[in-house]
Design a protein. Structure first.
Length: 409
């Protein structure tokens, strides 16, 4: 059982985009509540390769200096490490009118094309040259446009948004993504001098400003709802009583409702959530959907929880059909899971059994750690570099709560 308190850090899915946004204005930016994760270090290297200066002031504060001496060519070896490198497209086109970037890497769980990014930026006047190796684009004059996304893509919303900040005229993004991380980016951009209306809604209206209007700011990164969900899942499978400090209920209402249906008691308190679990979990059915629905990042955690729940649950993946690759690893631990297209049928077992497994991506890796906490015997998780990309000291935080988990060198 887990007991105590755990602090949720800033969100990986926000901070990387905030870092990209610093390309839009010259000056010294300070980001606080920055997660101490590998992807932030990679993004620092990427920004430095473009001409910026970055410095860790402490474990959770970052200084980024933009002198305006930017070369908008991103090296392949860095771009290949993180998916968020695609978010350089918008600010580089908006500010410098040119970008040359390899196709982004990151987690491998199915095709995640950039057609929505390209279509939106082309509507604003950008010209693209797409090859198997990468993306080259120019924009001698970006202008406002009416853009309706056929899917509320987070990355496309962010890229179009950042490009539109300096475009001539008004850009409207309909069916925009509404994730809290989008709101965090909008808030920072507005504090920089941008003019963005409709923050938090599916319709963003951006009135372009002149480059001299934008200025550097200090900004606190929104807390990471996926890390919060991970610690709640850990308490759910092991039992216990933990205060998850920094977890924001308003950012994860749908997920918290599903956790409650499974039998987890979650009580909002000032600056966090108290999580209590005493009984075996109950099975549920769920489907991934764009925010405010169940995020695909939550799915591995829920599937892991269902693996030991009473009854049978069905998980439906509507966003990334290839994101069931971790199921084989859960099966090594004794989970009874059958894949049928974009559905997974999970029959809960009484007990998982320790085994050697491989982390295929960030969130699946974390889910395997959570499953390992409740499995009998020893579970060894390999390829933990994936987990390090999105979690700062997951092992140390779980151990501090009483989890029997250690890190091997």
């Amino acid at each position: 059982m887990l007991h105590g308190e755990v602090q949720v850090p800033g969100a990986k899915n926000s901070v990387l985009k905030l870092m990209a946004a610093t390309l839009l204005a010259e000056g010294e930016f300070r980001l606080t509540n920055v997660p101490n994760i590998a992807d932030v270090r990679t993004m620092c290297e990427l920004l430095e390769a473009l001409g910026m200066s970055t410095q860790r002031l402490d474990a959770h504060e970052l200084l980024l200096i933009n002198t305006g001496n930017i070369t908008p060519i991103a090296p392949f070896e860095l771009v290949d490490r993180i998916r968020a490198s695609i978010n350089l497209l918008g600010p580089l086109l908006g500010k410098y009118g040119h970008v040359d970037i390899a196709m982004p890497g990151g987690d491998d769980f199915g095709s995640r094309p950039i057609d929505l990014h390209v279509a939106g930026l082309e509507a604003m006047g950008a010209i693209f040259d797409l090859t198997r190796d990468g993306v080259k684009a120019t924009a001698t004059h970006l202008h406002g446009a009416q853009i309706t996304l056929k899917f509320p893509s987070v990355g496309a919303t962010e890229n179009i948004l950042m490009a539109a900040v300096l475009a001539d005229g008004v850009t409207v993004i309909d069916n925009a993504a509404r994730e809290p991380e989008i709101g965090d980016l909008c808030n920072m951009l507005n504090n920089m001098g941008a003019n963005i209306a409709g923050v938090g809604t599916a319709k963003l209206t951006i009135t372009g400003v002149t480059p001299s209007t934008l200025h550097a700011v200090t900004h606190e990164v929104v807390n990471d709802r996926v890390q919060a969900a991970t610690y709640i899942a850990a308490v759910a499978v092991t039992g216990g009583d933990v205060f998850v400090r920094g977890a924001r209920a308003e950012h994860m209402e749908m997920l918290l409702n599903r956790y409650a249906e499974m039998g987890v008691s979650i009580t909002p308190q000032s600056d966090g959530l108290r999580v209590v679990a005493t009984d075996r979990l109950r099975s549920i059915d769920f489907a991934t959907l764009p925010y405010p629905g169940i995020a695909t990042d939550y799915k591995p955690l829920l599937v892991g929880m269902l693996s030991i729940a009473s009854g049978t649950g069905i998980a439906t993946e509507n966003l990334y059909p290839g994101r069931f690759r971790y199921v084989d690893e859960l099966q090594k631990l004794g989970a009874d899971i059958r894949i049928d297209g974009h559905h997974a049928v999970i029959r809960g077992v009484e007990q998982l059994v320790g085994a050697s497994v491989n982390a295929p991506d960030i969130r699946a890796g974390a889910a395997l750690v959570v499953a390992g906490l409740v499995a009998s015997g020893e579970t060894v998780i390999n390829d933990t570099h994936h987990i390090d990309r999105g979690y700062d000291d997951l092992v140390g935080k779980l151990a501090a709560l009483g989890g029997l988990v250690t890190r091997r060198s």
